[in-house]
Design a binder for this molecule. Structure first.
Ligand SMILES: CC(C)(COP(=O)(O)OP(=O)(O)OC[C@H]1O[C@@H](n2cnc3c(N)ncnc32)[C@H](O)[C@@H]1OP(=O)(O)O)[C@@H](O)C(=O)NCCC(=O)NCCS
Length: 161
């Protein structure tokens, strides 16, 4: 009994994080997250500057223990009815605490489009499970999309579903 209470309290303390808007000041931390989360596909510096500064981009960070531990970006092109989740990543030591889900939900809420799409490596079962739980469904495969030849799975959801 005592052990389970201690475990629950420890889990709650460990799980504390907040979601905030990211800015260009987060560039160095974002670069680090990209390197760790996407060893094969990390975005080049210019893309990271773009995602932190371009208009019509929803950019949110998760902050825990006084530092940025996760990031999500959603891209809404003007006049289009489809928004894209451009990237989402959480530092490995902070994964499995609901941070990825919280980032995704907050980003979806800010994307003013009826449809949201994203693409994911077909081997990335953890991410695909998370997306399914959020209501994303398979739309199409982009074969050889990634530099190492892996297929990208494009998933889509209607907002409000
Ligand atoms: C995909 C990714 C962003 C998910 O982030 P995360 O913070 O681990 O996500 P969550 O914690 O919200 O959910 C992940 C799993 O942890 C579980 N979890 C979440 N909170 C939990 C809690 N309080 N207690 C126990 N388990 C929990 C969830 O149930 C979920 O498992 P499930 O999908 O089997 O149900 C993260 O794994 C990541 O950064 N991966 C590397 C980069 C990447 O692949 N990005 C996606 C590219 S398309």
């Amino acid at each position: 009994m005592l052990a389970s209470v201690v475990f629950r309290v420890a889990w709650l303390v460990m799980s504390e994080f907040v979601i905030e808007t990211a800015t260009w000041r987060d560039l160095a931390a974002l670069r680090q997250i990209e390197k760790v989360c996407f060893p094969l596909d990390a975005w080049p510096l210019l893309d990271l500057i773009g995602v932190l500064t371009f208009p019509n981009v929803v950019r949110l960070k998760a902050v825990a223990d006084g530092r940025m531990v996760g990031f999500v970006a959603g891209d809404l092109r003007q006049g289009e009815e489809v928004a894209w989740i451009a990237t989402i990543g959480v530092l490995p030591e902070y994964q499995g605490r609901g941070i990825g889900a919280a980032l995704l939900q907050a980003c979806e809420e800010k994307l003013d489009a009826p449809l949201i799409r994203l693409c994911v490596r077909q081997s990335n079962e953890t991410a695909i499970r998370l997306y399914r739980r959020f209501g994303y469904r398979w739309r199409e495969d982009w074969r050889h999309y990634y530099a190492d030849g892996e297929t990208a799975v494009v998933m889509e959801k209607s907002k409000g579903r």
